[in-house]
Design a protein around this ligand. Structure first.
Ligand code: AQP
Length: 339
């Protein structure tokens, strides 16, 4: 997509910019899809959309350099297959545009340490990776703010776990605009009504690539059913004859993303009245999930067979987005007294 591409040919494109990212830290999962990617696809017409595979961010947790490129490729495949149409958006790899880290440094200089120390993700990850509480993990939200502000994005579609980081980005935009001349819009988080926080199949922590508690977006139907069948539901429902509470059931939350409203209503009522058992509820969910996931998996297969097309899209996007990034950095340098 060209920066000057227009919704109506010939007219200048006045749509605001949107930015969001995904870490190449493992298999893209249905939490990513429900919380973020689904929305990314819905918003393609409304915004000039920039999506990014954030490899610098993924380096803040333990990873194997030998498989980084493969993970980046698979993340691109999953996102394009899920609907990021190369004709309607940009998708590039973060480390291809050095202005991200350059702006992050400048933003570091106006970021209070105390603000970063309060970030929930930092606290959680510090507990999870006690041996590797690195400075990158601490300043992760500053790089994320740079990612967004570099394109002067006004909207950032994310899952619930990232809302605090978008608030932080708004804070930094405000600080920069006050300290120097105004430049950055304060971006809004766009969080979906359903699926903003899908739990892992143990029903405990957030579904996450790095925790191994996920259902991969591109897994085979057999693999998905194997994971879904024993997944935790409402733990207070011990027997088939006990009434359950869909509002505290992770499986119901997933129904809200994949099933039509009538079916959601049917399983919610069935659950409350003990008219349907958890396994039947999961079978219905599985059927609905396959309606969405089968075509995504098939598209992914074709994309894997055409790696040059996938890489070509990433490279072309990086080329075009870099032009925007360079323009913003020119404005940043001028305002901050750098040459
Ligand atoms: N469980 C989730 N439910 C809803 N939305 C989610 N997102 C992530 N997990 C869920 C949203 O997906 C986008 C990409 O986020 P990410 O790449 O940071 O995903 P992740 O699976 O959380 O990644 P990791 O590597 O496993 O990191 P940690 O260990 O931090 O969870 C974001 O918009 C996110 O909100």
């Amino acid at each position: 997509m060209q920066a000057s591409d227009t919704p109506a040919a010939g007219a200048p494109d006045a749509r605001p910019f949107l930015f969001s990212g995904i870490q190449p830290s493992g298999d893209v999962h249905i939490g990513n899809y429900c919380g973020a990617i689904r929305n990314w696809v819905h918003l393609l017409d409304r915004y000039r959309s920039i999506y990014c595979i954030v490899d610098y961010h993924a380096m803040t947790s333990e990873y194997d350099p030998a498989i980084m490129q493969e993970r980046i490729f698979q993340a691109a495949v999953a996102n394009i297959a899920a609907g990021l149409d190369p004709e309607r958006c940009w998708l590039f790899v973060q480390s291809q545009i050095p202005e991200h880290t350059e702006l992050a440094w400048i933003l570091n200089t106006i970021t209070p340490m105390g603000l970063l120390g309060r970030m929930t993700q930092f606290k959680e990850k510090s507990r999870r990776q006690e041996e590797n509480i690195n400075v990158g993990l601490f300043s992760y939200p500053v790089l994320q703010a740079a990612d967004i502000l570099l394109y002067r994005a006004e909207a950032v579609p994310v899952g619930e776990d990232q809302v605090q980081h978008i608030e932080f980005t708004r804070d930094l935009a405000r600080k920069f605009n006050l300290r120097f001349e105004p430049l950055f819009p304060e971006p809004e988080a766009i969080v979906p009504k359903s699926g903003a926080r899908i739990l892992g199949l143990d029903g405990k922590a957030k579904m996450s690539k790095s925790l191994g508690n996920h259902v991969g977006l591109l897994e085979s139907p057999e693999q998905i059913w194997e994971k879904l069948r024993p997944a935790v539901t409402d733990e207070n429902r011990k027997r088939r004859s006990d009434p359950g509470n869909p509002l505290i059931c992770n499986i119901y939350t997933i129904h809200e993303c994949f099933s039509p409203p009538e079916l959601q209503e049917e399983v919610a009522t069935g659950c409350r009245e003990a008219g349907i058992g958890c396994i039947d509820c999961k079978k219905k969910l599985f059927e609905q999930m396959m309606r969405t996931l089968d075509p995504i998996r098939e598209r992914a297969e074709s994309l894997r067979a055409a790696p040059d097309e996938v890489r070509g899209f990433l490279e072309q996007s990086a080329l075009e987005c870099r032009r925007m990034a360079t323009a913003t950095m020119g404005e940043v340098r001028r305002r901050t007294g750098l040459r």
